[in-house]
Write a protein that binds this ligand. Structure first.
Ligand code: NAD
Length: 437
């Protein structure tokens, strides 16, 4: 099948590439000229493990191409995916749909016959109907269908997630659209991946309900971690003790500094906003949003406490800046709350991240950018582990200790064991676990 993917970001580039790997003929479109030029030059504009090889292979085989020419890509395709960003609108938390509608308008203008227009972007319930109305209004002569096919891939394991998903969700309203979507996903269907066919509204809401549920699970264990700290219990034991119950499950029960990233914060806010608009408030999700925001703001206090109550004139070594490992994505990362709060408290911050530094430099001021983890902690009064990159899991702790002014570590990801850290002479604190000794 011939596919146009409008928006070549984390989702568009990965799903477009994976569709080409399925054997479809895919053109990824973006209006960011530099992004397309880099891709045409064989460079991958984002950090996503394994993506470079997969892109190169499919470009070589002629299944995958890149362009800024949306009109041509749409004319050449049967199925057009919309995979542009849907960030939070300033002020009200609602998803900003202006990129989606602009892309749909351009698709409508360019199409020269029947097209199936599929939203892969995460869009609030009711958007499919608006896309349909916009297509009909812009091009009353055009035969088309719309579909919703939300994406569940995770950055850092995006290819595996796309190629071996737990399920594929497809919302359609005609047999023709359903058949085209089934054909598109045939390799997954043959691999016995459940394909959940629904209405467009249900598909749209499944995506938000899934993200809100996962965000709730994280927030739940984070609040339990706070209680653990007060009563001397260990949140990792609690997580294991409840997670082994099949009804609960072990995933997403890792206490930490609060969820961040390009999806959970904005999607929980957008769901809250949709629910209020339809007068069916999701009070639980409202509380998750508030609890998580407050949590991210409170994290710097732990560092101040570890430094003896003041950071004035002190140095903090920050390990990790991205919202999770194996990505360069800095969107709504906890570090964006933590680092400025440390600086406001009077600290000099030395920071290092394996992949996020280029983006972090644009978002954070007055930071001393380090060459590696050891450089970041050199002369530091406190080290803070913010993102659990593998290289921070296996630090040479003697070298860390020797480089620091004082051996104090705040581990916001529970990477190290309190007893081991105490034995190595560190004053060590983590999330929801009693200090050793
Ligand atoms: P992104 O910002 O990385 O990419 C969006 C791209 O769309 C950008 O490159 C932008 O230049 C391009 N674009 C915008 N308007 C355009 C237009 N009119 N024509 C051509 N290109 C245009 O965003 P992303 O992280 O890939 O997210 C895209 C959507 O997928 C969002 O709705 C997001 O919520 C959803 N999603 C993201 C993830 C994730 O992990 N990033 C996972 C699941 C779903």
């Amino acid at each position: 099948m011939r596919v146009a993917m409008i928006g070549t970001g984390y989702v568009g580039l990965v799903s477009g590439t994976c569709f080409s790997e399925f054997g479809h003929s895919v053109v990824c479109v973006d209006n960011d000229r530099s992004k397309i030029e880099r891709l045409l030059g064989g460079e991958i504009p984002i950090y996503e493990p394994g993506l470079d090889d997969l892109v190169a292979r499919n470009v070589r085989s002629g299944h995958l191409g890149f362009t800024t020419d949306l009109a041509q890509a749409v004319r050449d395709a049967e199925v057009v995916f919309i995979a542009v960003g849907t960030p939070s609108r300033r002020g009200d938390g609602h998803a900003d749909l202006s990129y989606v509608f602009e892309a749909v308008r351009q698709v409508a203008m360019a199409a020269d016959g029947y097209r199936l227009v599929v939203t892969k972007s995460t869009v609030p319930v009711g958007t499919g109907a608006k896309v349909k109305a916009l297509l009909a209004e812009t091009r009353p002569d055009l035969p088309f269908d719309v579909a919703s096919n939300p994406e569940f891939l995770r950055e850092g394991s995006a290819i595996e997630d796309f190629m071996r998903p737990d399920r594929v969700v497809v919302g359609t309203e005609t047999a023709r659209a359903r058949e085209l979507m089934t054909e598109l996903y045939r390799p997954l269907f043959l691999a016995e991946t459940p394909i959940v066919h629904t209405t467009i509204e249900s598909a749209e809401l499944i995506k938000y309900a899934a993200n809100a549920f996962l965000a709730t699970k994280i927030t739940f264990i984070n609040e339990v971690a706070d209680l653990c700290e007060k009563v001397g219990a260990n949140v990792q034991d609690i997580a294991r003790g409840i997670g082994l119950d099949g009804r609960i499950g072990r995933k997403f029960l890792h206490a930490g500094p609060g969820f961040g990233g390009s999806c959970f914060p904005k999607d929980t806010r957008a769901l809250v906003s949709s629910a209020q608009e339809y007068n069916a408030p999701l009070s639980l999700v409202e509380q998750v949003v508030a609890s998580n925001e407050a949590r991210k703001r409170r994290m710097a206090d732990r560092v101040i406490a570890a430094a003896g109550g003041s950071l004035a004139g002190k140095t903090v070594g920050v390990l990790g800046l991205t919202f999770k490992p194996n990505t360069d994505d800095m969107r709504e990362a906890p570090s964006l709350d933590i680092v400025p709060a440390l600086i406001r408290a009077g600290a000099t911050v030395r920071a290092y991240d394996p992949e996020g530094m280029a983006e972090a430099r644009r978002l954070l001021d007055r930071v001393v950018w380090a060459e590696d983890a050891y450089d970041a902690v050199t002369g530091a009064d406190v080290a803070v582990l913010v993102t659990e990159w593998n290289q921070f899991r296996a630090l040479d702790l003697d070298r860390v200790k020797a480089a620091m002014k004082a051996p104090v570590m705040v581990d916001l990801r529970n990477v190290y064991k309190p007893e081991e850290m105490a034995a190595r002479g560190f004053a060590y604190s983590s999330i929801g676990r009693p200090a050793a000794g």
